[in-house]
Design a protein around this ligand. Structure first.
Ligand SMILES: Nc1ncnc2c1ncn2[C@@H]1O[C@H](COP(=O)(O)OP(=O)(O)OP(=O)(O)O)[C@@H](O)[C@H]1O
Ligand SMILES: [Mg+2]
Length: 269
């Protein structure tokens, strides 16, 4: 018996951004028990894919094509986003920089980008307690009353991660969560992801850092110019051949303590 649910299903889907066709005939299935890393060069369509899952981008209407999330073609986006947590630089940038840390976290309950008036009044004490508890877990209690404009990139990203977790979503979408983080914060972030996985969350991670694709991830999808060029089990996908193909550079891989590290094979004369 298969108890897992189909989370995302795209069938022959075309995706445009400002009249530019980014994906043509995209076919992709994601189950809600899978943790996935998405790899690919700049501009290959990774963020577009995440925004499609989060219903920020809609597919073009086309005969015979469909996009379903949890089996449904149409969704109330707010209801959908309450089932998903998202961390991305776009989201950080969309906040008013005077919003304080705890408000960023609380905004996760309503998938909003702040907690104003009506929303603030609707928040229950236990929701506020939960937000503070998560901030403590992520070591950012000291940021509760700090406005975003006074936070470093890593601190902002942790606030966003807390926001993504506060409503306990099954699926967490992470678009380059460690870009701009120092080494220690990166490792802490990776430990947090491992704990999330243990707690039953599933992660869809976009990253340019191959060493971050660790035990948390089971499946790797590689994109190139709006096409899926590799998709399958992590160990079978993360090969020198696939990486060389997707990034158009002669990539070698070294394994050190279970971490895969890429290097450039050929040196310039
Ligand atoms: N707002 C936009 N309007 C028009 N085209 C866009 C927009 N955002 C992205 N694109 C185009 O869509 C394509 C895919 O972009 P996307 O942001 O999905 O790439 P990505 O794989 O996330 O890249 P990166 O690694 O640089 O974040 C690119 O060709 C890009 O130029
Ligand atoms: Mg991107």
């Amino acid at each position: 018996m298969n108890a897992t649910k189909m989370f995302f299903e795209a069938h022959k889907v075309d995706l445009f951004r400002s009249n530019k066709l980014i994906f043509e005939n995209l076919n992709l299935k994601i189950h809600d028990n899978e943790s996935i890393a998405i790899l690919g060069p700049n501009g290959s369509g990774k963020t577009t894919l995440i925004k499609t899952i989060n219903r920020e981008i809609y597919p073009a209407t086309k005969e015979g094509s469909y996009l379903k999330i949890y089996g449904k073609r149409t969704w109330n986006v707010w209801q959908l986003r309450s089932m998903i947590g998202i961390v991305s630089d776009d989201l950080i940038l969309s906040y008013n920089q005077d919003v304080i840390g705890v408000e960023v976290v609380l905004s996760g309950y309503h998938a909003s980008i702040g907690v104003h008036g009506q929303i603030q009044r609707r928040l229950k004490t236990d929701q506020i307690d939960k937000a503070k508890e998560i901030m403590q877990k992520l070591d950012i209690s000291s940021l509760e009353n700090q406005p975003l404009k006074k936070l470093s990139m890593g601190q902002k990203k942790r606030c966003l991660l807390a926001r993504a977790l506060v409503h306990n979503p099954k699926i967490i979408l992470l678009d380059e969560p460690t870009t701009g983080l120092d080494l220690s914060s990166t490792y802490k972030y990776m430990d947090i992801l491992a704990d999330l996985k243990k707690d039953g969350h599933n992660i869809i991670l976009i990253t340019h850092n191959i060493h971050e694709i660790n035990n948390v991830i089971e499946r790797v999808i590689m994109l190139k110019k709006g096409k899926i060029v590799a998709d399958g089990k992590k160990d079978e996908m993360l090969t020198e051949k696939n990486l060389t193909n997707v990034f158009d550079v002669d990539v070698g891989l070294k394994k050190i303590n279970e971490n895969l590290l890429p290097y450039k094979k050929t040196t310039r004369q």
